[in-house]
Design a protein around this ligand. Sequence first.
Ligand code: 2NL
Length: 370
Amino acid sequence: MLITKSVSQSLQQLGVENPEGVVRLFADCDAEFESILLRAAEDPKMGVEQWELMRQVWLGRKGILSHIGDNWLKPAPKDLKPIVGQELNKLKAHVEAALEEKRKEIEATAEQAAAARDQIDLSLPGVERAIGTRHLIRQTFDELLRIFLSIGFSVVEGPEIETPYYNFEALNIPEHHPARDNMDTFYIEGARGGHLLRTHTSPMQIRTMEKQPPPVRIVVPGKVYRRDNPDATHGYMFHQIEGLAVDTDITFCDFKGAVEYFVREFFGPKTKTRLRPSYFPFTEPSAEVDASCHVCAGSGCRVCKFSGWIELFGAGMVDPAVYGFVNYDPGKLSGFAFGMGVDRLAMMKYGITELPLLFQNDVRFLRQFP
Ligand code: 2NL
């Protein structure tokens, strides 16, 4: 029988009757503890919890040493009691010391493992974070603004929610003009006095002229909204830059010169410009500005639909009727204005055929315009 199993019996039941027997019994007990300890130390399954369990088994309230106290020491005959007490204390001290040493050892190796885990390998390459780039539309805006700033225009911005007066009335677009149809314009429901999403950035030109006397030389960049059925080249929102120059001596030549300068700056110095007659309620005369195709230089290709020309934007001399709305004197003042779609210009310049690519934010697309 294992000695550790015999602790539920008394010395008398174990047949131990003299001091020598007691010493031998405790020596066997100690040897058994040693051998258990040795085997456990070599067992890879022994973790923190298993060692704690071992401590309970030996030193716990209902552990082996406690049983020895109850079953060997307490009922021992008077003459054996001192030696049993001595031996029990010796065994207890040994077990305590051995298990405590083991505990410290485990703690130390756990600390070492944690320290090893936390070691930073400074030779590893760092984490590179992409910082991103300006979106192609932003890049195009910046380029357009750079060109107009270089010939003396300033930049003005304003609200996307406007009143019909600034968006239509003051631009000489009367009440029943088809552009005001709610097929083309987003009206905001329930707004007192009626509000709408601006269909062009012109309202800001009107507001600027209302506030300041001529000369005026401004460009107005921003988002504008029109009810279109979305397809490869149309959305319900697009980016626009409109420009306005008003002074006492601005002629059609100034208009043409500014337009030609802009086209050469944006598409390259060899680009030719062509004006075609057009109509806008707020300009007279009005023109469509075409540029010679930057892909085939005018000889005809798919991009220009074999015409040699690409339609860029609409423009014209400001209709005198517009001055009437802002208290400018149409007898003394003249000027030109233009409105261009930024998305369209970006698509033409960079050979993009699908408008949605500009708004899907797919990095495979964006990466091509660093
Ligand atoms: C186009 C054509 C244009 C204007 C916008 C304008 C503004 C004022 C007075 C006169 Cl305050 N004109 N703007 C003039 C001509 C054409 O836009 O197709 N835009 C996308």
